[in-house]
Design a protein around this ligand. Structure first.
Ligand SMILES: [Zn+2]
Length: 481
């Protein structure tokens, strides 16, 4: 490391609140949010007048709500001044009028299409001040561009470091980062950076070759793994019989960037002998937005930087904690591309505190069942999330990966599954057909004679080249989808 890099590292470390979390903290991620609220109250009179002078241990849900509402008002002032899109869009909104959570309903939504149409109008800083830009494609195919200033990146590193502390990483631990073949956004860089400033070791392998992955993981002395569940699953299924995975000593696996089905989670936990924790995030908000604790009942959300609401997708009205709806997120601290009440298209619910892990005030996100855009219709218009197929297929212990093609024969939808499996017996085939047929929507369709009994064809292991963004569902029904 050059002298300049050492200095930069020291500066970043000092700015991280993650390094101020006391060792005896019950749930470090929540403590980190409390520290953020306390620090803000110290420097901002407006918030101090509302919640008073408090210590980190005294922060309650009510205080955090006030912290978030204060941040919303600040952010509204900021975007009205700096973001051309919001200057126009929010011209009738008076930030000081936003005093309660119900007042949030006065602020108009931002839709993914708004961002895709004119991403540059959202930018609240000049492009010379953005340290990085990430692009993501929407359903329309247009690219959404998300900018990050240095301060945005540091705050991401801060939350990631706190989250790693929360899953139990300490001094000598090493995080093995497994993201094969991802190009648009490289989460490995951010994760390796977070490990570095937090003082943990990390090893990164972006190869899709599983032997290489295992070698690098073992050599680095990895204690924790983060990566795409479909890929970790592939490594597990293919190496499992010849390697004692439990013997490697992995203490926690973090599953990110793809939905994690419960059947896959169970199999990974059994094989590695440790908990598998789910993460939720989206490029628009810097990926690391929520993470599970060992209690595994919902994901703890980053409420220092983000405000989560659930709304009825049709009426746009806010729904209470515990009820399902569309997840709407407001960035509370973003500088470059601050998004206000962004409709994520994800179906989710929020759970009110406390949590079995000991967290007192943090609201949790119930794992989104999938993005609304990814739903497809079968039979009598039943909507299905691809995750349900994961759940059914990976219930069969020898299935490694699959792809499904949907065609139409007469009035019937025909689902043909191509499954990579170690067991290709008739019993294995019958068991896969049985578990897919038991998905409620499929079962109803078969009964109503609108869906044919699912078909299964086994293919060689490795026949489908692993790719992170492989389309698992190929719909050949033309305009019917
Ligand atoms: Zn918890």
């Amino acid at each position: 490391m050059s002298a300049w890099e050492t200095v930069k590292l020291a500066i970043v470390r000092r700015r991280l609140l993650a390094n101020r979390i006391p060792e005896d903290s019950v749930y470090p991620l929540e403590t980190w949010m409390a520290i953020k609220a306390v620090m803000t109250a110290k420097s901002e009179r407006e918030l101090r007048n509302i919640i008073g002078k408090k210590e980190q241990g005294e922060i309650t849900r009510t205080d955090l709500n006030e912290y978030q509402l204060f941040r919303v008002r600040e952010q509204l002032r900021y975007v009205k001044q700096n973001s051309p899109h919001y200057r126009d869009r929010l011209k009738d909104i008076v930030p000081d009028d936003i005093r309660t959570l119900d007042d949030l309903g006065k602020i108009p939504f931002t839709y993914p299409s708004d961002l895709a149409d004119e991403p540059m109008l959202f930018m609240a800083v000049s492009r010379t001040k953005t340290a990085r830009e990430f692009t993501t494609t929407g359903t329309t195919g247009k690219r959404k561009v998300i900018g990050y200033t240095t301060s945005d990146l540091i705050s991401k590193i801060d939350i990631i470091s706190s989250a790693l502390k929360s899953i139990g990483m300490r001094g000598d631990d090493v995080l093995h980062i497994m993201f094969p073949a991802i190009s648009a956004w490289d989460p490995s860089l951010m994760l390796a950076g977070a490990c570095r400033v937090a003082g943990y070791g990390s090893s990164t392998c972006s190869s899709a070759d599983i032997t290489e992955q295992m070698d690098i993981m073992k050599k680095s002395g990895a204690t924790h793994i983060i990566g795409l569940p479909s890929f970790i699953y592939r490594v597990t299924a293919l190496m499992g019989s010849e390697t004692d995975l439990k013997g490697i000593g992995i203490r926690k696996i973090i599953s990110t960037s793809e939905p994690l089905s419960e059947s896959m989670r169970r199999k990974l936990q059994d094989a590695w002998g440790c908990n598998v924790l789910d993460v939720w995030g989206m490029t628009e908000f810097g990926l690391a937005c929520a993470i599970e604790c060992d209690y595994q009942k919902g994901l703890h959300t980053d409420e220092a930087n983000l405000l989560f609401e659930i709304v009825d997708p049709d009426t746009g009205k806010r729904v209470p904690d515990g009820k399902q709806g569309e997840l709407v997120v407001t960035a509370l601290t973003a500088e470059a591309t601050p998004l206000i009440r962004y409709r994520t298209r994800d179906i989710a619910a929020m759970i009110a505190p406390p949590c079995g892990c000991g967290a007192k005030f943090n609201r949790k996100l119930v794992k989104p069942s999938g993005r609304m855009d990814l739903q497809f219709k079968v039979g009598m218009g039943y909507k299905i999330f691809p995750l349900l197929f994961d759940e059914a297929i990976f219930n069969n212990k020898d299935a490694v990966d699959y792809q499904v093609t949907i065609t139409k024969e007469g009035f019937k939808d025909v689902l043909t599954f191509e499954v990579e499996s170690k067991d290709r017996s008739d019993e294995a085939k019958a068991s896969i057909i049985d578990s897919v047929s038991k998905i409620m929507e499929i079962e109803d369709g078969i009964r109503d004679d609108l869906i044919d009994v699912p078909r299964v064809r086994f293919i060689d292991i490795g026949a489908m080249e692993y790719s992170a963004k492989a389309r698992k569902i190929i719909d050949l029904r033309g305009n019917f989808s």
